[in-house]
Design a protein around this ligand. Structure first.
Ligand code: AMP
Ligand code: MG
Length: 394
């Protein structure tokens, strides 16, 4: 149908899915919200902080009186308030988190003052505002503290708890059907013959789907036979997304594309300039998107991360889709044939990345030794040791 470069193909997925995603909304308690996608803005219920707060233990003073000696006229601790006003030459002893008394505009850290009875002295220079977080300096009442379409991670849980959202609206996670194809593929609890392999792709994909916020729905393995493939696909298309593994190459028994075609599928692309994973199919049938991922385990995994993950996230109502790319320093030379973007299994530690040797995209043992993929750009021939290269985290 169409061949695309990696980033062009990903953009196609993002555009198509974002335009079509209509996730349903449900209400949950904060204790069930972790990992879900927020379906409404959670606004700040007041200014944060609600009053000017000290961010140090020390003395609240007028900056204009610094440096110098002060009369300590009282104290204020977190959770309390000082009644009265700090005048020139006066100080109130203050604890971290306590509201800054009226009249004071600077905190002198306790470490920078000498206290003798009711007097304190300091050599600190005037710096109005130092160690004071003004009212509303973090966020104003009514502004979105956590925005709709955000996946609720640990910081978002802190945010929702801060604004008191014990009940909140989240999106229903998309149900994602996983259908492996191949006469040689047997269930993972089976003892495979020499000519068989266990269905590891379905399990890896299920974990990847969960991480992307979806609910995996595992179908039985489809044999390399058009009618059975078609029947299981039709079942999978009842979910929000269908992931197929295997059967998309040009082999004599690769039935995925023809079977999809009999279900009225529209194909957006069926080849991507990516290695591993060239024959990669993306389309829509019966109102549902599908991916035909190549069956070799490294291909399946990389293609899901680069393309499928975005689809699951967007179908789940996320505003943004994740492609965790970063840069790292190469431990060694890398040579590569331009024309394809290659994802090479590698290990990243302390900002330095080293390729993991292996037997290619069927080598799951090598995959397990990786913790990331080097991204060899389609436009370059090679990299020298010490150069920066892009890395896809996994
Ligand atoms: P295919 O894309 O159907 O040509 O499959 C390529 C290779 O990937 C096969 O020869 C299998 O060794 C392997 N493979 C296919 N499907 C799976 C699967 N579900 N789990 C693990 N390996 C698979
Ligand atoms: Mg096959």
């Amino acid at each position: 149908v169409a061949t695309k470069g990696v980033f062009e193909a990903r953009e196609c997925v993002v555009q198509r899915v974002a335009a079509a995603a209509r996730p349903k909304v449900r209400e949950v308690g904060l204790d069930d919200a972790f990992g879900m996608v927020l379906a409404e803005d959670a606004p700040a219920d007041r200014d944060y902080p609600a009053t000017a707060r000290s961010i140090r233990d020390g003395f609240a003073v007028q900056a204009a009186s610094l440096p110098g000696g002060f009369e300590v006229i009282g104290e204020v601790r977190a959770g309390a308030a000082f009644v009265g006003t700090v005048g020139p030459g006066q100080a109130v002893e203050i604890m971290t988190g306590a509201p800054v008394p009226a009249g004071a505009d600077q905190i002198v850290m306790v470490e920078h003052a000498v206290r003798e009875g009711t007097r304190a002295t300091t050599q600190r220079a005037p710096k109005p505002g130092e160690f004071v977080n003004p009212r509303a300096s973090e966020i104003r009442s009514g502004e979105a503290f956590v925005a709709a379409g955000t996946r609720i991670g640990i910081a978002e849980v802190a945010g929702l708890a801060t604004v008191g959202r014990v009940r909140l609206k989240v999106f229903e996670p998309p149900r994602v059907a996983i259908l492996s194809t191949g006469d040689e593929v047997v269930p993972v609890n089976a003892a495979p013959q020499g000519n068989q392999v266990r269905n590891s792709n379905a399990w890896a994909l299920a974990a990847q789907v969960r991480r992307a916020g979806g609910i995996p729905v595992m179908l039985p393995v489809a044999p390399d036979e058009p009618e059975a493939t078609r029947r299981l696909m039709a079942e999978g298309l009842a979910c929000d997304l269908l992931l197929l593994s295997g059967g998309v190459s040009a082999g004599k028994y690769d039935y995925v594309e023809p079977a999809l075609a009999t279900l009225g599928a529209e194909f957006f692309f069926d080849r991507v300039l990516i290695q591993p994973g060239q024959p990669l199919v993306f389309g829509r049938a019966q109102g549902r998107f599908f991916f035909g991922l190549p069956g070799n385990p490294a291909s399946t995994m990389v293609c899901f991360e680069v393309f499928g993950r975005a689809a699951v996230e967007l179908l789940g109502g996320q505003k943004e889709s994740t492609l965790p790319l970063t840069w790292a320093r190469l431990a060694h030379d890398v040579s590569h044939k331009p024309g394809m973007t290659r994802f090479l299994g590698a290990r990243l530690a302390d900002g330095v990345v080293t390729q993991v040797p292996g037997q290619g995209s069927s080598d799951v043992a090598a995959l397990v030794r990786t913790n990331c993929f080097l991204v060899a750009d389609a436009g370059r021939e090679g990299w020298a040791a010490g150069e920066m290269i892009r890395v896809l985290l996994r």
